[in-house]
Design a protein around this ligand. Structure first.
Ligand code: ADP
Ligand code: MG
Length: 140
């Protein structure tokens, strides 16, 4: 398995409930290393740009409002098979369908306020990481 990097976001529902440390512990326990991390309040334009692929979806406006409703923690995770590993630790988008012990099963409030984001492919991870981080921000 190749060492990969992926973008993770701890979403506003989780920062609001002070869950950053518990989520980071779940990521680290799964073998992912946090090699860059920043707490930020997204602007509407940043949220819309990040989720541009979902622009036509009915939940797009609500999703962008949610993602700007409070601080998020953007982070780069590194490890063997990091993209798939992070998706596994996060669990399914709809937490009612997520496996026990996953971040979303444990913490999500709804299908929208589902506590965490993770890139869905190595290619998308590259773009998503570059959206938030310069190469010099990432210390592996
Ligand atoms: P994932 O985050 O698991 O990759 P998607 O890329 O399909 O899921 O969707 C992006 C985000 O949009 C989800 O994490 C969730 O916050 C929100 N979302 C997805 N589907 C819905 C939905 N049916 N209703 C409301 N929000 C949704
Ligand atoms: Mg997605």
């Amino acid at each position: 398995m190749a060492i990969e990097r992926t973008l993770s976001i701890i979403k506003p529902d989780a920062t609001r409930r002070n869950l950053t440390g518990r989520i980071n512990a779940m990521l680290e326990e799964a073998g992912l290393r946090i090699v860059a991390q920043r707490r930020v309040r997204l602007t509407r334009a940043q949220a819309e740009g990040f989720y541009a692929v979902h622009k036509a979806r009915p939940f797009f406006d609500s999703l962008c409002a949610f993602m700007t409703s409070g601080p998020v923690v953007v982070q780069v995770l590194e490890g063997d098979d990091a993209v798939a590993k992070n998706r596994k630790v996060m669990g399914a988008t709809d937490s009612s369908k997520a496996d026990a012990g996953t971040i979303r099963k444990t913490f999500a409030e709804s299908i929208e306020a589902n506590s965490a984001h993770g890139s869905d492919s190595a290619e998308n991870a590259k773009g998503e990481i570059a959206y938030f981080f310069a190469g010099t921000d990432i210390v592996g």
